[in-house]
Design a protein. Structure first.
Length: 432
């Protein structure tokens, strides 16, 4: 759409900045501009009004507004990490938070600064001077499906600053996890260049974006000091308990099961006694390979592409990719932790570790009656829906480990198994 709108309560401040800080709004070197000042560009507009009131007046009721919605909202309001009465009242106002969500398109993104970056010794926001930040975060989590923090040291605040990115739809979070090549392409296609040929961005490129994907250790530590400790902070994702035995892959063997008749498939069977609650092949976790959402999307597009008449467009591509399209879903396990479908596939004998719930699973907590054979694909059981939490620095910091654990590479055995050739001794376990 190309339209940009700035809502600012202080008109005098904007006028002073234009006069005394002209470099902040200088557009003379930007390709495609039609004005020297960015404020005067025909694609931009400024409304001098209280932004809180502006959004509530126009977007408080979902669906009733006739205003055009935004793809991105960037908010630089009063610092929520300062104990100031007016700040607290603003960020406790659910009507404002709801209006921000209502003002965005379904794939919209909200970016907001939330104050100075934390140190390793800081208390959680709810216990320190950042109580208003905690209130705001809680309100945002009620209307956004995916939230991520990052620190930036080039904001000229004499210290690193923290910013929060909120995705209205969890699928859009796939954009947050793009790889460096994808980010470089997007920057090349979407960022306006400079007439002088100088770099359009001074402090941002693909490697910088990759660094944003991993929150700081200080943020994780503060998050895990909450009065009600988040369950993911118990070390399950961030460390391996040395007191729990790790069963080597040599303790299992792969062969075909005879228990399921026409549904029979290969599985893993214990060849030696396996103590209860042991882990199975932790070493193999690092050897799994991961098919990212963008990679799988490209494979599917090539494999299933058709022309306007419904005829396959790429017979050659289909022939070459047929084995991949069969193998990845067949021997891997899909998840949507990254927003869109991706797969992790074990290597070696662990490839045959059955992830399903068809009465011969090696892993997976299958205490309900639904199985991969009879489950309603339009309404899958909640236990089968593999999604990340809306906000968790722990998840973001240990994402690689979580991805492989979510599909079972890190396998706790839930029953004591005696090694033999009996079908009853097929290894069973709980999804990691």
């Amino acid at each position: 759409r190309g339209a940009r709108l700035m809502v600012e309560i202080d008109e005098e401040l904007v006028e002073m900045c234009e006069e005394y800080l002209p470099e902040w709004s200088d557009c003379t070197d930007i390709v495609g501009t039609d004005a020297d000042s960015c404020f005067d560009d025909s694609r931009a507009s400024v409304e001098f009004e209280d932004a809180f009131k502006w959004f509530i007046d126009r977007f408080e009721d979902y669906g009733s507004s006739t205003e055009e919605k935004f793809d991105v909202i960037i908010m630089d309001a009063l610092d929520p990490d300062r104990l100031v009465e007016i700040v607290g009242s603003l960020y406790k106002e659910n009507a404002f938070i709801n209006s921000l969500s209502n003002a965005l398109t379904e794939e919209g993104v909200l970016v907001v600064q939330i104050g100075g970056s934390e140190s390793i010794a800081d208390p959680p926001d709810e216990m320190g001077p950042g109580k208003d930040t905690a209130n705001m975060m809680e309100a945002l989590q009620s209307v956004f499906e995916s939230m991520h923090e990052y620190d930036e040291g080039h904001s000229d605040f004499d210290a690193p600053w923290t910013y929060l990115v909120c995705f209205k739809d969890s699928i859009t979070r796939a954009s947050w996890y793009r790889n460096a090549a994808e980010i470089d392409i997007e920057l090349h296609q979407r960022i306006a260049g400079k007439e002088s040929g100088k770099p359009a961005l001074l402090f941002f490129d693909a490697p910088t974006m990759i660094s944003y994907q991993v929150p700081s250790r200080a943020k994780e530590a503060s998050y895990c000091r909450k009065e009600v400790k988040p369950w993911e902070c118990d070390g399950y994702y961030s460390e391996v308990n040395p007191e729990i035995a790790n069963i080597l892959v040599s303790h299992v063997e792969a062969r075909k099961s005879t228990r399921m008749g026409e549904y029979a498939d290969r599985g893993l069977f214990a060849s030696q006694d396996t103590p209860e609650s042991s882990n199975l092949d932790i070493n193999g976790s690092a050897k799994a390979f991961h098919v990212l959402p963008s990679t799988w999307s490209v494979i599917e597009d090539l494999y299933y592409s058709k022309d306007d008449g419904g005829v396959d467009k790429g017979a050659f591509a289909k022939e070459k990719l047929s084995s991949v399209v069969s193998f990845v879903p067949g021997y891997g396990c899909g998840a949507k932790i990254l927003g869109m479908l991706h797969y992790a596939i074990d290597l070696g004998v662990m490839t045959f570790c059955n992830h399903g719930c068809n009465d011969m699973h090696n892993i997976g907590d299958c205490k309900n009656e639904s199985t991969e054979i009879n489950a309603d694909l339009d309404r899958p059981p909640e236990a089968f829906v593999n999604k990340a939490p809306v906000y968790s620095p722990v998840f973001d910091r240990h994402l690689r480990q979580i991805i492989v654990m979510a599909v079972g590479d890190y396998r706790p055995i839930v029953t004591s198994i005696k090694g033999s050739s009996s079908e009853k001794n097929q290894t069973s376990g709980k999804k990691g």
